[in-house]
Structure formats: structure tokens, C-alpha cells
Design a protein around this ligand. Structure first.
Ligand SMILES: Cc1ncc(COP(=O)(O)O)c(C=O)c1O
Length: 344
């Protein structure tokens, strides 16, 4: 059998462990659209408590979680304030416009983060010519920003500015558990500033499928309706919710290992010629590094890596992304650094 590659393209590539699969197989199931899948109900109740909200709804993906939150908190013609590298804006096929009819006012952030003054500067005057500024979206950790962890105090000041103008807030917490493990702040310490919070089980937490949206009763009632409208209401989805519950029980604390491995990788890359990375900005499991353009493109580097059984993702002409996760050991990270060294 060919050797499995060292796959650093994303934390979404993890395979469910044998124990996770057993938990899935053993889960009691029902029909969640009819409201009687006990495992989905257990997951939704657990996430509501974890995030300090009244209710939560289980959905197939992080993109759907974000878009249900946006659709539930806005009306067509509203405007969203968001950071320019945000997932909801860059990587969800324009759904904020197509499904919610919203425009976006973009902030050029600092590794994905921004300040209260940025929010205030992007609010439209109340005048019939303009869209209605309605929602602020924060992403924590910020993927394109490099797995950046927002300090709770910075979130608090952004939220205070938004509330002073009567705006709503959504947290794209696809990797909120990474932020929580890295900062020591509880997930609810972040979530308390937001009307809705999304979180993914299919990234660092290692489940095969699924995300959650949590919020107040009314907004989650609305999100549930939009989930149905978009075809995201599932039947015996307790099978998937069981994997998410298992991940919450067993895969949260170990995120610290992924963070240590990412730092190891960045420290190794920093020693290599023709590659540039600042290890000090690697706070969680995502590493971006730049290639000297004299050497070649990120595609060329990733092709060479692939031929040596190491997978990374081109993230721009001279930029590569590597993400650590459950299926990558510190020995494999060391091996990936050795392979990179022989290539550059
Ligand atoms: C910050 C962030 N939000 C949302 C998503 C979307 O998740 P999914 O791929 O499950 O739609 C991702 C995916 O990488 C992400 O990084």
C-alpha cells in the first residue's frame, strides 16, 4: 500500500478515529426533521450551554452555518461590516449576496482583526440612498489572517461599538475551540458578545461532517427555517452529531498539540533559505509562509512537495499554507521540514 502523505493542506482532511466511528455506530437515532433524533438534540443542547446561548442548530457545514446566521440577522438590502479576508466574504461563493441580498463594507484588518474605530468608520448614514448597516462579522480564529486569536478585550470593544449603533454581531467561530485553547478564554467568554456564533466539528476537532449555529431562541428558530429552505435539514443526522459529541469530549484539549506542531513547523521553516515566516505570529494551527520569487511559485513548491509525499496548499503566487491537525505527528512535521529543506 502506498504510504499515506503528510497532509498539511487543511485541518479538514482528518479521518474519524476508530473510537469516533464506534460512537457514531452506537448513537441512538431518530428523524431530526421530525424533531426526534436524540443525539442531535443532545449536541444542540450541549453546544447552547457551551456557548452560553439559549439554543443551537446542527448544520452540514461551516459555510451553511455562517450563511444561516447572516440570513437570520439581516434583510435584503442590508449591509454587513466584515474583514476583507473573512471566510464568509471570500470563500462562500458570494452567498451573502446571493442568499441574503446583502452588500459588504470591508475592513483591511490586522491579520484578520480590527478595531471599534473601523466599525464606526464603516457605518452608513441613515439616509434612503444607502444600504442599512445591520451586522458585523468577526472571525476567530481568523483563517486567512494566519489562525489569529482575537483577545477577548478587542472583541469586547468591537462589539461595544457595534451595539452603540444598534448593529447585530455574528462570530464565525469555525475554529473557536482553537482560539479558546490558545487564549485560555472559555468559548462562552467570546460568544457572549454575539447574537449568533458558528463553530465547526469538521476542522481541528476531527469529526467528518458538521457545524453548529448558536444564539437566542428566536434567531435560531429563524435559522432552522432557513436551514430547511436551503435543504440542510437532515434525517438520521445523529450519526454525525455523535462524532461531534465525541470530538467535544476527546479532541478539544489536544488542540494544544496542533498549536505546538504548527510552531515547530514555523520555527523549522524560519531556518530555511528562500522561505520567510514569522513564527511569533503562529498562535494556533495555521502557518503561512512566503517563497522568494527567484525560487519559483507556490504551485511549483507544492508540486515538488507532493512528489515527496508532503501536501501543502498554494495560498497565492508566492504564499503557501500548512495546517496541523489530529492526523499529523511532531515526527511528521520534522519530516516535512526536512523535505522542504531538500527542495529549497
Ligand atoms: C473561518 C472559516 N469559516 C467557515 C468555513 C467554512 O466551513 P465549511 O468548509 O465546512 O463550509 C471555513 C472553512 O475552512 C473557515 O476556515
Amino acid at each position: 500500500m502506498p504510504k499515506r502523505p503528510i497532509d498539511l493542506r487543511s485541518d479538514t482532511v482528518t479521518q474519524p478515529t476508530a473510537a469516533m466511528k464506534r460512537a457514531m455506530m452506537d448513537a441512538p437515532l431518530g428523524d431530526d426533521v421530525l424533531g426526534d433524533d436524540p443525539t442531535v438534540q443532545a449536541l444542540e443542547e450541549r453546544c447552547a450551554v457551551l456557548l452560553g446561548k439559549q439554543a443551537a442548530v446542527f448544520v452540514p457545514s461551516g459555510s451553511m452555518a455562517n450563511q444561516l446566521a447572516i440570513r437570520s440577522l439581516t434583510e435584503p438590502g442590508d449591509e454587513i461590516i466584515g474583514e476583507q479576508g473573512s471566510h464568509f466574504f471570500q470563500y462562500e461563493a458570494g452567498a451573502f449576496a446571493a442568499l441574503s441580498g446583502c452588500s459588504v463594507s470591508l475592513i483591511a484588518g490586522d491579520r484578520g482583526m480590527f478595531d471599534a474605530s473601523d466599525v464606526l468608520a464603516n457605518i452608513r448614514p441613515a439616509d434612503q440612498h444607502f444600504p442599512v448597516t445591520k451586522l458585523v462579522v468577526v472571525e476567530n480564529t481568523h483563517n486567512a489572517g494566519g489562525g489569529t486569536v482575537w483577545p477577548v478585550t478587542r472583541v469586547e470593544s468591537v462589539a461595544a461599538a457595534a451595539r452603540s449603533a444598534d448593529l447585530r454581531l455574528h462570530l464565525d467561530g469555525a475554529r473557536l475551540m482553537n482560539a479558546s485553547v490558545a487564549s485560555g478564554a472559555a468559548p462562552a467568554d467570546y460568544a457572549r458578545f454575539f447574537d449568533t456564533v458558528s463553530m465547526c466539528f469538521s476542522k481541528g476537532l476531527g469529526a467528518p461532517v458538521g457545524s453548529i449555529v448558536a444564539g437566542g431562541e428566536q434567531v435560531i428558530h429563524r435559522a432552522r427555517r432557513f436551514r430547511k429552505m436551503l435543504g440542510g435539514a437532515m434525517r438520521q443526522s445523529g450519526l454525525l452529531a455523535a462524532a461531534a459529541l465525541y470530538a467535544l469530549d476527546h479532541h478539544v484539549d489536544r488542540l494544544a498539540d496542533d498549536h505546538a506542531n504548527a510552531r515547530l513547523l514555523a520555527d523549522g521553516i524560519a531556518q530555511l533559505p528562500r522561505l520567510t515566516v514569522d513564527p511569533d505570529v503562529v498562535e494556533t494551527n495555521i502557518v503561512y509562509f512566503d517563497i522568494d520569487e527567484q525560487w519559483g511559485t507556490s504551485e511549483a513548491l507544492c508540486d515538488r512537495l507532493e512528489s515527496r509525499n508532503v501536501l501543502m496548499l498554494p495560498a497565492g503566487p508566492g504564499r503557501v499554507r500548512a495546517v496541523t491537525h489530529l492526523d499529523v505527528t511532531s515526527e511528521q512535521v520534522a519530516e516535512a521540514i526536512d523535505v522542504l529543506a531538500t527542495i529549497v
